[in-house]
Design a binder for this molecule. Structure first.
Ligand code: S3P
Length: 429
């Protein structure tokens, strides 16, 4: 994909369904009784991997456009897979499914692509093992492929060293099959879609936030049955983020993004944009299936650098590549810290973001837990995405504010979370 600078992005758009919520609808629907009806499901490669895996586990799933029907068979209705479960590029599929599979009475094996199979899985293997699960890294390197065999699970309290919704959700799902309460405390609250949605499905789940601390705990009791739900997936704020950034940094722009999920555990990007001086208005705020939703109006703005750190980080972790792009054209310096988790995403995003920003002429310094960016003018470059969807999309936005042409290598990797990304773009020209 080749892109160059433009002005005047104008229009009204919607973005595809939220990736985290789409995964969870299929997973929870599969182990619930009855049919789960999902509207505005994200048909990105990651969520399609989740569908594929649950079909391999014997669940009938009908797809009709972005409507998906999951014919759940109850908590104990999955059947032994005849094959390896292919999780593709998806960390969410791998980690959340491992929690479910740990509670089954059959063996299973999960494996993904090269990037997925190099991401850390010890963070789920260790606590699942404490719960009594039999789960191991086939190559004994702490990564997938993972092998899971039946084990008797008991509830534990786990203090997670990282704020990770995937770790938390994995343990809560295993907790459905355990013989006591399972609770997870994290250093600061990560996205809470699992807690909100499992409650809708009928699980007994409680969330508490410690006073005078950012620590948060979620606890689940084993349950007899979950029940199928009807869910409309909100637009993914992580996808909207690219058009929010485009609206702010491309001169003479005004973009309305409708029906976006603004759950506070996901909406850190909105706070950052406002703190940077961005003109953002939330319209038509409402709550559907426990999730906050709004339309987001964005207008071109003069941005300035800020410091982004602490408990804000988990609420915008996937948006850091595009936030870095905004920082690269803002006035002054932006410091991003407490974000060491970036190193274990689809790529080491401290490295991929900094290398590509440098190629575009930006003054950026990587640090052990983030980066320091001094804003200025960008020039076109060849962007090495390393097949990371968020790098491809973030640097497509950078291209709009750069002098000369920018080439996004392997740009089709956007299919992982936003197959229609470049089509939405066209709607704004
Ligand atoms: C996700 C959690 C986050 C996020 C990922 C999706 C989820 O990962 O980066 O894109 O759906 O639970 P971590 O749990 O590793 O922080």
């Amino acid at each position: 994909m080749e892109l160059c600078s433009i002005t005047g992005l104008k229009g009204k758009i919607t973005v595809p369904g939220d990736k985290s919520i789409s995964h969870r609808c299929v997973m929870f629907g599969s182990i619930a009784r009855g049919t789960t009806e999902i509207h505005h499901f994200l048909k990105g490669a990651d969520c399609l991997a989740t569908i594929r895996c649950f079909r391999t586990l014997g669940i009938e799933i009908d797809e009709n456009g972005s409507t998906v029907l999951v014919h759940g068979k109850g908590l104990h209705g999955l059947s032994a897979p005849g094959d390896i479960l292919d999780v593709g590029n998806s960390g969410t599929t791998t980690r959340l499914m491992s929690g479910i599979l740990a509670g089954q009475s059959f063996e299973s094996k999960l494996s993904g692509d090269e990037s997925l199979n190099s991401r850390p899985m010890k963070r789920i293997i260790d606590p699942l093992t404490q719960m009594g699960a039999n789960i191991s890294s086939v190559l004994r390197n702490g990564c997938a492929p993972l092998y899971i065999s039946p084990g008797r699970l008991h509830g534990i309290h786990y203090e997670s060293p990282v704020a990770s919704a995937q770790v938390k959700s994995c343990l809560l799902l295993a907790g459905l099959y355990a013989d006591g309460v399972t609770s997870v405390t994290e250093p600061s609250l990560s996205r809470n879609h699992t807690e909100l949605m499992l409650r809708e499905f009928g699980a007994d789940i409680r969330s508490t936030h410690e006073l005078d601390s950012t620590r948060a705990t979620a606890a689940i009791s084993p349950c007899q049955e979950l029940y199928g739900q009807k869910i409309t997936v909100p637009g993914d704020i992580s996808s909207a983020a690219y058009f929010i950034a485009a609206g702010l940094i491309v001169p003479n722009s005004e973009i309305l993004i409708e029906n976006v999920g603004i759950n506070p555990t996901r909406a850190g990007i909105l706070r950052v944009c406002e703190d940077m001086g961005g003109d953002i208005t939330l319209l038509n705020e409402r709550v559907e299936s426990g999730e906050k939703i709004a339309d987001i109006l964005v207008r071109s703005s003069r941005l300035h650098g800020i410091t982004i750190q602490g408990d804000l980080i988990p609420t915008l972790i996937d948006e850091i590549p595009v936030i870095a792009v905004m920082a690269a054209v803002a006035e002054g310096t932006t410091v991003i810290k407490d974000a060491a988790e970036l190193k274990v995403k689809e790529t080491d995003r401290i490295e991929t973001v900094c290398d590509n920003l440098k190629a575009m002429g930006c003054n950026v310094t990587p640090t052990s837990d983030g980066m320091i960016i001094t804003g200025g003018k960008l020039k076109g470059a060849s962007i090495h995405t390393l097949l990371d969807h968020r790098i491809a999309m973030a640097f497509s936005i950078a291209a709009l504010a750069a002098e000369g042409n920018t080439k996004i290598l392997d740009s089709r990797c956007v299919d992982v979370s936003y197959p229609t990304f470049y089509d939405t773009f066209e709607e704004l020209l």
